[in-house]
Design a protein around this ligand. Structure first.
Ligand SMILES: [Zn+2]
Length: 199
């Protein structure tokens, strides 16, 4: 009765159907992997609708979080190697973080296929090798995380990402704020979990 996607897109294990939830104009099936814990929807067919407005009106933290993210990136660079490094901000939105990093002395570049770079124009990533890829509140949107990780590691030996890890056991749909059914980006107003992945 549901559109079935039963193989985990991370570890290829058989997933378990956990329920159906409204998402935008659709009813979408959710699946949980018993092996790695990855929670995924059925194969997304609503992305065109979801990406019509990349930065959502409910994303009221769009400005406030970027200075925080800039400080996190700069602190990491200072700890690891120093500021004068090439960094690409994946899913960089309007380019706010890239602008702030450049103002702070970091050689930062913008990458986002779904959103125009408005405030760091001229610094669009050209695919060349960099020291660090940053991914703030975007990783959870990737349909196939393994493919995106491989793409990022082809660019850089280091990845700094933020997301929110799903609690165990998986919360009910109404019991966890990080599920979003109406928009792609509404949950971006907060960042809780930071993970560095060395190459
Ligand atoms: Zn899995």
């Amino acid at each position: 009765m549901h559109k079935h996607e039963t193989i985990c897109r991370v570890c290829k294990t058989q997933t378990e159907f956990v329920g159906v939830r409204p998402l935008l104009q659709s009813e979408v099936s959710y699946f949980e992997c018993p092996n790695c814990g990855f929670v995924q929807t059925e194969g997304p067919y609503w992305l065109e609708e979801a990406y019509e407005e990349t930065i959502n009106i409910s994303d009221t933290g769009i400005v406030a979080r970027n200075p925080t993210n800039r400080n996190i990136v700069i602190s990491k660079l200072l700890m690891l190697v120093g500021l004068n490094q090439k960094v690409v901000d994946f899913d960089g939105g309007y380019g706010l973080l890239v602008r702030l990093l450049r103002d702070g002395g970091v050689d930062a570049w913008h990458s986002d296929p779904y959103c125009d770079n408005l405030v760091a124009v001229g610094f669009e990533d050209d695919g060349s090798h960099v020291f660090l890829v940053t991914v703030f509140e975007a990783f959870e949107h990737f349909v196939d995380p393994n493919t995106v990780l491989a793409k990022m590691f082809a660019l850089a030996p280091n990845i700094l990402l933020s997301t929110d890890l799903i609690p165990k056991p998986m919360p009910k749909f109404d019991d966890w704020w990080y599920y979003q059914s109406r928009t792609r980006t509404a949950h971006r107003f907060a960042s809780k979990t930071y993970a560095s992945i060395p190459g």
